[in-house]
Design a protein around this ligand. Structure first.
Ligand code: ADP
Length: 637
């Protein structure tokens, strides 16, 4: 074989790391290399079929796509050969020498190798082609891109350690041949039965025929007696019918799970799935999966999402995100439409009524899958929420039309429970509302502890009124879209609100008198603080805390201002309402101070306390500490 332009290249360091981890962590599940390589062959066939829609000459006269497996027992090799799209030299370098997905890189960097030895973890991202090295000590690839000339073949070989060799070769047939030189002790994979059973297990569902070589010895025609020749025949060993085109009743759970792994390049089983054929005005089949674990790159900007799009069973594109709203970006699956044109492009997908209708239908389907899961298996739903709740919380903002379904799917922590676990539904909350309670109360804070111990809650705790505790970045934003549930509106307890006053403000006549006596004090605080605050007044929300700040009903909350600040946007400065607890000892004592400077110092200290509790930070913490120390040491203990 003539090799031209031969070069040796080093693997990207992440590839080395991945190879090492894979070889050492997947030893109990070696056979998956076949699934991965057949899956790649199937993708290569899909890509060719799609391009050939507009360029039929790419078939080079052979449109029967298939993948073939043959073994050589003496050389101890397996060859996996497809006649799909193939690769050019640059593509080979990019695809088989680097890890393109930057998320994978980041993951490998973050995770110590010890942790990755757990195959569950490594299963979260596809190992793909490199899995060949689980069973092979040398892997050789010969490939040629469809539509190129026979001299444009490419040779690639590596022992999976530091580097690989690449060269130009002649390759008459288009497509990719992968030769695995088996490691010591892996001879089981040379056995036809073993291969067939692995293919049956993993690759039955893919549409591409998988064929295995069976050679038969035949008597040579017209020859002397006993002379035989070997005739090579190929036996199809999988069903070779795309899973979703089959009848639901005939598909086993195992087959659905395997198809998911093929689709998502993921090792773990899906949580649930839904397979539907829709006929009538629009005809399509969809098969949608909810993964059991969040992919670790879900929050990376380049995280791919969307469905695999097929039109009349022809693969059109991966990651067609037009069919799924952003807040359901964890959904994996396929949609196969009978109505879309085969030459559809991403541009056309952008604005078509048909696409929007399909997106609407897909969204409803997923929401009802989740709704059913929540009803039928709350435990599993809880695990879903842990993985994807944060994404689903984008729903109310993104998809107001479905808000009535989405809000039933939301889960919260609340003062009813004793932990940060988000497991309270809005229905639970409403069922537990006390007599006279009109609204659903919530508080937003930086973290669970801050929310739970906020002074705003003191009296609500005492009155047994449940409050939803929100402490994730997205919460404040989400709450601005949630206006009501079951006819009850949502109310932040850090804001002034008549419903709250009504619930907590049942003043006794003594309280009224005490307040009256302190009125000149409130006036004095007002004059002292002036423009710095919106209002000064007494409150009955507090028991153990002397002061608190609240925001007016139409003003921005502290958490919202923080979100603005974090995204670099300027927001109007919040003018707080300064509320004093007339029954608190400290407030009473300060009211008696006649000397103006000392009075001022104490008011500053109280205001800073309230701001600290509300915002978690102060503009000048040092000044606060100095003032506190000064006042503490002035007071004899
Ligand atoms: P993944 O399949 O997850 O993208 P792989 O490591 O398995 O990752 O493959 C990397 C890339 O190499 C593929 O995306 C594809 O472009 C290319 N590739 C792999 N196998 C083949 C094949 N048999 N034919 C054509 N291209 C292939």
């Amino acid at each position: 074989m003539s090799m031209r332009r031969q070069e040796t290249c080093g693997f990207q360091s992440e590839v080395k790391q991945l190879l090492y981890l894979m070889i050492h962590s997947l030893y109990s599940n070696k056979e998956i290399f076949l699934r991965e390589l057949i899956s790649n062959a199937s993708d290569a066939a899909d890509k060719l079929r799609f391009l050939a829609l507009s360029q039929p000459n790419l078939y080079e006269g052979d449109g029967d796509l298939r993948v073939r497996l043959s073994c050589n027992k003496t050389q101890r090799t397996i060859i996996i050969s497809d006649n799909g799209i193939g690769m050019r030299r640059e593509e080979v370098i990019d695809n088989l020498g680097t890890i393109a997905k930057s998320g994978t890189k980041a993951f490998l960097k973050l995770t110590g190798s010890d942790k990755l030895k757990d195959s569950q973890l490594i299963g979260q991202f596809g190992v793909g082609f490199y899995s060949a090295f689980i069973v092979a000590d040398t892997v050789t690839v010969r490939t040629r891109a469809a539509g190129t000339s026979p001299e444009e073949g490419v040779f690639w070989q590596s022992n999976g350690e530091g580097d690989y060799t690449i060269a130009d070769i002649n390759k008459p047939e288009r497509g990719t041949d992968i030769t695995l030189h088996l490691r010591e002790g892996e001879d089981e994979f040379l056995d036809d039965w073993r291969l067939k059973s692995v293919i049956g297990k993993y690759s039955d569902h893919i549409a591409l025929p998988v064929e295995i070589q069976t050679s038969i010895k035949k008597a040579r025609e017209g020859s002397e007696e006993g002379e035989e020749k070997e005739v090579v025949t190929w036996e199809k060993v999988n069903k070779a019918q795309a899973l979703w085109t089959r009848n639901k009743a005939e598909i086993s759970d195992e087959e659905y799970k395997e198809f998911y792994k093929h689709l998502s390049h993921n090792f773990s089983d899906p949580l649930i799935w839904s397979h539907n054929r829709v006929e009538g005005k629009q005809e399509y089949t969809s098969l949608l999966y909810i993964p059991s674990q969040a992919p670790w790159d879900m929050w990376h900007r380049e995280h791919k999402h969307g469905l695999k799009l097929y039109v009349q069973r022809v693969f059109i594109m991966d990651d067609a995100e037009q069919f799924m709203p952003n807040y359901l970006r964890f959904v994996k699956g396929i949609i196969d439409s009978n109505d879309l044109p085969l030459n559809i492009s991403r541009e056309i997908l952008q604005d078509s009524r048909l696409i929007n209708n399909l997106k609407g239908a897909m969204t409803k389907r997923v929401l009802s899958m989740l709704d059913n899961l929540a009803k039928d298996n709350p435990e599993q739903y809880q695990s879903f929420w842990q993985n994807f709740g944060l994404v689903l919380k984008e729903g109310p903002g993104e998809d107001p039309n479905n808000i009535k379904t989405i809000d039933k799917l939301l889960r919260f922590a609340s003062t009813y429970g004793d932990s940060a676990a988000q497991n309270v539904t809005l229905e639970d909350y409403v069922n537990r509302m006390v007599e006279g309670q009109e609204k659903i109360y919530y508080i937003t804070a930086d973290n669970y502890a801050a929310a739970k111990s906020s002074p705003h809650l003191e009296l609500l705790y005492k009155k047994g009124i449940e409050v939803i505790l929100l402490y994730e970045r997205i919460d404040e934003w989400m709450m601005s879209y949630l206006t009501e549930f079951d006819g009850k509106s949502f109310q932040s307890v850090s804001k002034v609100d008549p419903s709250l006053e009504k619930l907590v403000n049942k003043e006794s006549s003594e309280q009224k008198e005490a307040k009256k006596a302190l009125e000149p004090f409130v006036e004095r605080v007002k004059i002292y603080l002036g423009e710095r605050i919106k209002e000064v007044r007494f409150t009955h929300r507090l028991t153990d805390t002397p002061v608190v700040v609240t925001t007016a009903a139409n003003d921005m909350t502290t958490q919202m201002a923080k979100i603005f600040a974090a995204t670099g946007q300027s927001s109007p400065e919040i003018k707080y309402i300064f509320e004093l607890n007339p029954e608190h000892k400290l407030v009473k004592r300060i009211a008696e101070i006649g000397e103006d400077v000392l009075f001022g110092e104490w008011i500053e200290l109280l205001l800073d306390q309230a701001l600290l509790a509300e915002r978690g930070t102060l503009e000048d913490p040092n000044q606060f500490i100095q003032r506190m120390n000064k006042l503490l040491s002035a007071n004899s203990c």
